[in-house]
Design a protein around this ligand. Sequence first.
Ligand SMILES: Nc1ncnc2c1ncn2[C@@H]1O[C@H](COP(=O)(O)OP(=O)(O)OP(=O)(O)O)[C@@H](O)[C@H]1O
Ligand SMILES: [Mg+2]
Length: 304
Amino acid sequence: MSVRVLELRNVHKSIKGKKIIKGIDLELFSGEVLGFLGPNGSGKTTTLRMIVGLIRLTEGEILIGGHSIGKEFVKAMENVGCIIENPEMYDYLSGWENLKLLASMEKGITKERMKEVVSLVGMVKRIDDKVYTYSLGMKQRLGIAQAIMRRPKLLILDEPANGLDPAGISEFRKLIRKLAHQESMAVLVSSHILAEIEMMCDRVAIIKQGEVVRVTTVENIVKDQGILWKVRDIQLGKKILEEEFQAAVTIKEDQTLLAFIGEEQVPGINKRFMEADVGLIYASRNQKSLEDLFLALTEGDEIV
Ligand SMILES: Nc1ncnc2c1ncn2[C@@H]1O[C@H](COP(=O)(O)OP(=O)(O)OP(=O)(O)O)[C@@H](O)[C@H]1O
Ligand SMILES: [Mg+2]
């Protein structure tokens, strides 16, 4: 059963008289990964810093594991692991020594738990090497190992995929999902890249100029974006989509068919295209409209 781990109630933040966060409400449950998506300067880091207690709220309330950070700060923070900005680690020590140092400062972290997190983040082979020999991705893994060692209910990651190559992002995504599911953790990850959020998260909260403008499942966002087909006989393709699959179809400028339809229907449609000799060249997701959607939601905001 999923439990509510994090709750933001009407959270505001002003810095030097400037309203930066303007009344955010948000909920996060155990076992889910929520993406916090917004353009540069929209207030992601500011919100995450409030959640982990690095800065105070101007107004509103944040509850972690049912404890208000204003009233029961220590109890609330017992439930949180985070990486905001860079993870703290000593370069001249090995990964394992870094973990040991941290474990010595906390109660009840066993050697077994340390081994477990090392294996969970996929660092078994390199954990005894000095941190200065690590790549960025390895440092990030060690950072996560540090953050989850004491089994937090909530893990907060600010732009964790920054600087990772596509293979690194894919590995990272698997790790995040594993943490949410195996350790029943609630994970909040921020990013300004929609595709990243789409790959990593179950739900997404879109933030624009300090306000959450939409919270939805990633599934819905993906549905919103549509599927594209490039075919030889475009009119026949359109007819089949409309008449046999009841899809709303448009022909795009580049002579591809765009339909807003459930992904699960794609194999059936492709099969029909083959049978009807439509001349199927390819089918893909409409990535452009993903960008369009994001821009529409944020009204193409420039950095503010
Ligand atoms: N200490 C501060 N003093 C003044 N303004 C600040 C301060 N911290 C943040 N801001 C402003 O608050 C707004 C939100 O910043 P924040 O860092 O939360 O954005 P972000 O969504 O994390 O952006 P990015 O994607 O670039 O990391 C920005 O306009 C920023 O300039
Ligand atoms: Mg930021």
